[in-house]
Design a protein around this ligand. Sequence first.
Ligand SMILES: O=C(O)CCC(=O)C(=O)O
Ligand SMILES: [Fe+2]
Length: 294
Amino acid sequence: MNHHLQSFTFNGHIEPVHQAYLKKHGVLHFKRFVSQSTVAGFLAEIGHIEQYLIARHITKVNGIPLKYGTGVDGRPIIQRIAFASKYSNTLHRFLNSEALGALTALLAPYRGRIGEDEKDGLVVNHYINSGDSSFTRLGWHTDSPRDLFLGSRIKPMLNVGLHLDDCPYENGGLRILPGTHNQGLWTLFFKKKYFIDHTPDKNETGFSIEAGDLTIHDGRLWHRVQQSPFTGEKSRRRVMYIPVITGNYQPKDANSTTPFYHQLAGIKRSPLLFKRKQKQEQQATLPLLPELNT
Ligand SMILES: O=C(O)CCC(=O)C(=O)O
Ligand SMILES: [Fe+2]
C-alpha cells in the first residue's frame, strides 16, 4: 500500500476538507456513518426484500438483472439487488434522509441528487465464498462509462457505499487507485481491462472497514473488489451502493430495458436463472413498494 487513506467523521454536513479530499484522491471514508443497530435493521430489511424477490422468482427489477447465488446453507441468495429501496420503507427513508441529502453537496458545483429511481437505484452487493457463490470479487473498473451504455454522455457522479459487515484490509474488499478519477479519458477507458483484470496494482490501496462506515468514490475512479481469503461466514461482505448523480432526471420503471453493461460486469445467466427466464415477464406487472414493511 503506497497510499494511506485518511478517514473522517461525519457531523451532519460536508465540510471544505471533505470536498478537498474527495477532489484530490477521488475517495472519501466516513467512519460509523450509521450505528450498529441501524446496520442490523438494514440487514433485516434486506433479508425480507431478498425473500420477497426469491419467493416470486423475480429476476430483474426495472430492467436490471438480480444476481442469484447460493448461500452457505445451500439455499438461494441474491448477491446483487437493484432498486432495493423500492421494496422497503426503511431503506426508502434512509435514501431520503437529511444525512444522505447532505452528501449531494460533494458534487458541487453540480447540483447533486440521490438516484433512487435512476441508474440501478440502491444496489445491495453480497459477496461470500461458499460452494456455489457466483459472486466473490469484482475486477478493475470505473463506474462512469455505464452512462455511455445508457445513451448519454459521461456525467459527474459519486457512488456512496454503506458497508454492512466489518471488513479489515486482510479480508479483501474494496481496492482503489487514488487519484485516477482526474487523469482524463484515456485513463478512464484504457487503464486496465474492464472487469477482466483482477491483478493487484502496486499503487492500489484499501480500507479498514467497520459495519456502518461509508465510502464515497468518484464515478471515474478505478476500483475493484478483492476476494476474501476466507470461506463461509468470515468471507461475507454486504455493502449498499447509492448513486449521487446530476443532469436530466432519467427514472426507470418496470418497462426499462436491460443496459448492455450488465453483460460486461460478468453478471451472466446462471442455469438457475435460465430456468426462471420465463418468469421474467412477471416483473413488468409487479407493483413496486409493496406492503411488506411492518
Ligand atoms: O462492492 C463494492 O464495494 C464495489 C462494488 C462495485 O464497484 C460496483 O458494483 O460497481
Ligand atoms: Fe464499481
